[in-house]
Design a protein around this ligand. Sequence first.
Ligand SMILES: Cc1cc2nc3c(=O)[nH]c(=O)nc-3n(C[C@H](O)[C@H](O)[C@H](O)COP(=O)(O)OP(=O)(O)OC[C@H]3O[C@@H](n4cnc5c(N)ncnc54)[C@H](O)[C@@H]3O)c2cc1C
Length: 327
Amino acid sequence: MDGRSPRILVIGAGVSGLTTAVVLAERGHRVRIRTTEHPADTTSAVAGAIWGLSRLRPRERAVRWEWRSHEVFLELAHDPSTGVHLTPGTVASREPLTTSWLEETRSRTDLRECGPDELPPAFTAGVRATLPLIDMPRYLEYLLGRFHDAGGELVRSPVPSLADAAEESPVVVNCTGVGARELVGDAGVLPVLGQHVVVTNPGVAEYFVELSDTGYWASYMPHGDRLVLGGVAVPHAWDRVPNREVTAGILRRCAEIRAELRDAAVRDEIVGLRPRSETVRLHVEHYEGARIVHNYGHGGDGVAVSWGCAQEAAELALAEPGASPTG
Ligand SMILES: Cc1cc2nc3c(=O)[nH]c(=O)nc-3n(C[C@H](O)[C@H](O)[C@H](O)COP(=O)(O)OP(=O)(O)OC[C@H]3O[C@@H](n4cnc5c(N)ncnc54)[C@H](O)[C@@H]3O)c2cc1C
C-alpha cells in the first residue's frame, strides 16, 4: 500500500459500504470505515438475498449496476466460502407478469416460463431461473475479511455530521442507507421495514419469490441448513423489533407454498429497513474542501446492485479534483 496516498473514509459497513471499501482498498488506497453498527447488525445482514428483480432508478444506470454485480456474483459463486451460490427457483405471481426485468434476464440466464403444473395453487404466472443467492451474514464476513486483507481498517464510531467526516478525510464515501436521512438531511430517503423468519431448512433446495404489490408475500431462500422466509414491506416504520403477528403471517403464507414449512423450527426473526428513494443517490458533492461521494438509497435491491454501484462510487471517489461530477 502507498503510505502517501490520502486516507479515504467510508461511512457505513452494510453491503454498500463494505463493497465500496473493498474496491478502493484493493486498488491500493488507505481506507477506513466508520460505522455505527457492526456489519452483522445492519439491514444488509437481514436481506434474503437474491440477485435480480430490481425496479431501481435511474433505470439505465441501474441496469448497468445489476449486470455488473451479476458478473461478480457468478465469479464468487465458484467459492462456497463467500456465501454466494447459484440456485434454481421460481418467481411467481397471482397476476400476469409484466416487468421489463424478465425480458432482459431471459436473454442472459436460463430463465423460462413456468408450465401450469409448476405453479402453486392460485398463482397464474411465473418463471424459473437459476440466480445468485447470497447468504448475507456469511457474505458480509467474507467482504470484511477481504477488506482487512487489503489493509483496510474498520472502527465502530458514528459520524455525527458531514463536517466531521470532511475534517477527517479529503475523500469521503457516504454509504449510510436510511442513516443518510439524518447524516445529510435527505428527507427523500424513507425506511421500508422488512422482516424475515429464519428456520432450520427441512430440505428445501430451491428459492421461491412471490411478486406482489400488496406489501406482503411469500418467499423463501435456502442457504444450507438455514432457510430465510419472507416477506413484508411496511413504509415509514423505524422499529426493528420483530413482530409476532408478522412472523405468523410469513410462516402461514410460506406453508401454503411448501406444506413442510408449517412445522419448521424457527431460529430467528430479523428486521431491517430498506432505504427507499425515488432514485439511487450515487453522485459527488463538494463539501468544506472534501469530495463526498454518496452511495445510498438502494431500497430493496442494494445487494443486487452492490458491485456496480461500488465500482462507480470508487471511480467518482478517485476522479481528479475539478472533473465534473455525475449525478
Ligand atoms: C427483509 C429484507 C429483504 C431484502 N432482500 C433483498 C434481496 O433479496 N436482494 C437485494 O438486493 N436487497 C434486498 N434487501 C435490500 C438490502 O438489504 C438493502 O438495499 C441494502 O442492505 C442496503 O445496504 P446499505 O449498505 O446501503 O445500508 P445498510 O445495510 O443499512 O448499512 C448502513 C450502514 O451505515 C451505518 N451508518 C448509518 N448512519 C451512520 C452514521 N451517521 N455514522 C456511521 N455509520 C452510519 C450503519 O451503521 C450501517 O453500517 C432486503 C432488505 C430487507 C430489509
